[in-house]
Design a binder for this molecule. Structure first.
Ligand code: ADP
Length: 209
């Protein structure tokens, strides 16, 4: 978060002389208490300053990066997940390619008859399967998918940053959000690199960074 010149000055004053009342800060800056109110509110909300009744403002000692980290650690998978696109194990590679185009996604999750997650296919899996002379209508998607237990998953209550780390560490584009059901996983959402990019942009816009 980029502080204004005045906000930086306020932080300096509170750092040196806190706890200090709003009245006194205003006096030091030759401003009225009313003029200063929005700046004090922003600095308190953003976590740079804290206020105690009848004591005044004091410096929390947190840097911008610490505050940003704290903010990101509040984000959960369930707050950002999007709708998963699933197909059946016995659907053909041709159908998988059509679904990918129609639904405009890069990763499809594969389910069995019990609607449990059994695998995942990416664009490159489908490209690879398309090289050669076989009829793509005759190849079931379960032949080419990355299958359980090798599928990386996440759950609704996981921290978004943990899901992002899985995407980076495993060099993959998407993760199914799953819910345990009987002896398998039901697919309830998806987290992709696009999700993380959106959050990044949103964070910057909403925090005025
Ligand atoms: P692409 O290959 O289209 O760039 P990915 O990087 O996501 O897309 O996929 C790379 C490989 O990882 C593919 O073989 C794919 O099946 C596999 N893969 C994709 N998502 C997952 C996942 N969540 N867990 C395990 N493997 C995955």
């Amino acid at each position: 978060m980029e502080l204004s010149k005045r906000q930086k000055r306020i932080v300096e004053i509170v750092k040196e002389d806190g706890p200090i009342t709003g009245e006194k800060i205003a006096g030091r800056l030759n401003l009225t208490r009313a003029t200063l109110r929005p700046d004090l509110a922003i600095l308190t909300m953003a976590g740079f300053l804290d206020a105690r009744p009848r004591v005044g403002y004091f410096f929390t000692g947190k840097t911008g990066t610490e505050l940003l980290t704290k903010e990101i650690r509040k984000y959960l998978v369930k707050d950002f997940q999007s709708v998963p696109i699933v197909i059946k194990e016995d659907d053909s590679v041709y159908e998988a390619i059509s679904t990918m185009f129609l639904e405009d996604v890069g990763t499809l999750f594969i389910i069995n008859e019990e609607r449990h997650l059994t695998g995942v296919v990416s664009r490159k899996d489908l490209l690879r399967a398309s090289i050669g002379n076989h009829d793509l209508n005759d190849v079931p998607v379960h032949i080419i998918m990355t299958r359980m237990p090798n599928v990386e998953v996440c759950q609704k209550e996981d921290l978004l940053i943990e899901a992002a780390k899985k995407l980076i560490n495993k060099e993959i584009d998407g993760l199914p959000v799953v819910k345990k059901s009987n002896d398998g996983y039901e697919v309830v959402g998806r987290i992709t690199k696009t999700t993380i990019t959106q959050v990044f942009v949103e964070l910057v816009s909403s925090k005025g960074l």
